[in-house]
Design a protein around this ligand. Structure first.
Ligand SMILES: Cc1cc2nc3c(=O)[nH]c(=O)nc-3n(C[C@H](O)[C@H](O)[C@H](O)COP(=O)(O)OP(=O)(O)OC[C@H]3O[C@@H](n4cnc5c(N)ncnc54)[C@H](O)[C@@H]3O)c2cc1C
Length: 383
């Protein structure tokens, strides 16, 4: 049986960055993905600057647009724009980003096998690929929302799910200058989510996402988004839908020699639907826990979940509250977002200047408390 220090299942952002970090520190690493690369993944492809700060390599070669402004709309009627203190988001395409990161992992020494579907993962570190069984001291399950690791280990206990639908509109069908340099976010148009228009090199990405129950209505939500932006529906190419996994704090992330990272761990932000920042944070913490175990500094991954909760849980709790508040009281939340100090706070969070909402300045705390209270009110009304 072939064995490695670490096997990483899935070569998305969480898997490739885990493999890269492990290989750079001298571990023997096998990175497996069922898809043949380059492959695409349904995604808006927006890398917030706080996600960029988490990356151990520059992604400049695959950046297609640089965003320093947000344009917020409410129900396609009212709108306002806010500029960030510097770059807020780098726009890429997942087909390019994921292939680039997998190549960097291979360059660092990881063995990358694409077209290799994992069919079972054992808590003893065994991984089944086709008719081969492999073994590792450590397994990182980074195989996304539909992966095999969580199912193999019975770790998919209590996730809730969002859904999103996105597609691309070539620039010849729209107005590039309207969208370059800014992220357009439409609020109050999809229950449990929002619509977006993001600029890329030669097209815009349009999308809508919301509660899982909105699945059957996503096409009509997207049609309304297109109409509001004077985009013909027939101009939308490569339309794809996908699930967004939302973890509860108590959901387990470890079983035996296996840790979950990224979407496999249900780490998508409930409010924004972003998951790449969380994928990179979990990759950093999982690889650090793995290296500790390989070096004999610890004999279990017990601290991984605590460290992940310490970095992400307060943000996730604030996002849940804001999501609920936005859902029931979109006008109020839109009004709060217009307050200059609130925008400066959101800008600092997205750029990674602030690590947690608890670091908000005193002047921002009052409006944030209103949003939190509205979120609680929604919870009570829904119960
Ligand atoms: C429509 C939409 C828009 C989004 N927009 C954004 C955005 O703009 N910004 C942002 O930060 N986040 C966004 N997200 C979320 C983001 O896409 C995910 O959080 C992110 O892809 C998670 O990365 P990951 O590495 O955990 O999983 P994935 O990217 O899903 O990668 C998992 C990998 O595992 C592989 N795999 C699965 N099963 C197996 C198996 N059995 N064997 C081997 N390999 C396997 C898959 O082929 C895949 O390559 C969006 C999500 C959706 C659905």
């Amino acid at each position: 049986m072939r064995s490695y220090d670490a096997i990483v299942v899935g070569a998305g952002p969480a898997g490739s960055v885990s493999a890269l970090r492990l290989a750079r520190d001298g571990a023997s690493v096998l990175l497996l993905d069922r898809a043949v690369f380059p492959r695409d993944k349904p995604c808006g492809g927006g890398l917030t600057y706080r996600a960029i700060r988490e990356l151990p390599v520059s992604v400049d070669p695959v950046v297609e647009d640089v965003v320093d402004r947000f344009e917020f709309g409410l129900r396609y009627c009212h709108r306002f724009e806010r500029r960030g203190a510097s770059t807020i988001i780098l726009m890429t395409q997942r087909k390019r980003l994921d292939a680039f990161l997998a190549e960097r992992a291979a360059e660092a020494g990881a063995e990358f096998r694409d077209g290799a579907k994992v069919t079972a993962v054992g808590e003893d570190g065994t991984v089944r690929v086709g008719d081969e069984t492999l073994r590792a001291e450590v397994v990182v399950g980074a195989d996304g929302v539909n992966g095999i690791t969580t199912r193999s280990l019975g770790l998919e206990q209590g996730y809730r799910y969002g859904v999103a639908l996105e597609g691309n509109v070539p620039y010849r069908h729209t107005r590039p200058d309207r969208y370059r340099g800014r992220a357009v976010v439409e609020l109050g148009v999809v229950p449990g989510g929002y619509g977006w228009v993001f600029a890329k090199g030669d097209h815009v990405n349009v999308g809508v996402g919301g509660w899982e129950s909105e699945g059957p209505r996503l096409r009509s939500h997207l049609a309304r988004l297109c109409a509001a932006h004077e985009i013909r529906e027939e101009a939308v190419e490569s339309l794809r839908g996908y699930r967004l996994p939302l973890r509860r704090r108590e959901d387990a992330l470890v079983r035996g020699r296996v840790m979950l990272a990224g979407d496999a761990a249900g780490l998508v932000d409930p409010l924004s639907g972003d998951g790449m920042y969380e994928a990179f944070v979990s990759a950093r913490l999982a690889s650090s826990a793995a290296l500790d175990l390989l070096a004999g500094r610890t004999d279990s991954f017990a601290s991984y979940a605590d460290r992940l909760n310490a970095e992400l849980a307060s943000h996730a709790a604030a996002s849940w509250a804001a999501k609920r508040a936005l859902d029931r009281f979109p006008r109020v939340v839109y009004g709060v977002a217009r307050i200059p100090t609130v925008w400066r706070f959101a800008d600092a969070l997205l750029r990674g200047e602030l690590r947690s909402p608890s670091e908000a300045r005193r002047t921002t705390k009052a409006p944030l408390k209103v949003v939190k209270a509205l979120g609680k009110l929604d919870e009570r009304l829904a119960a």
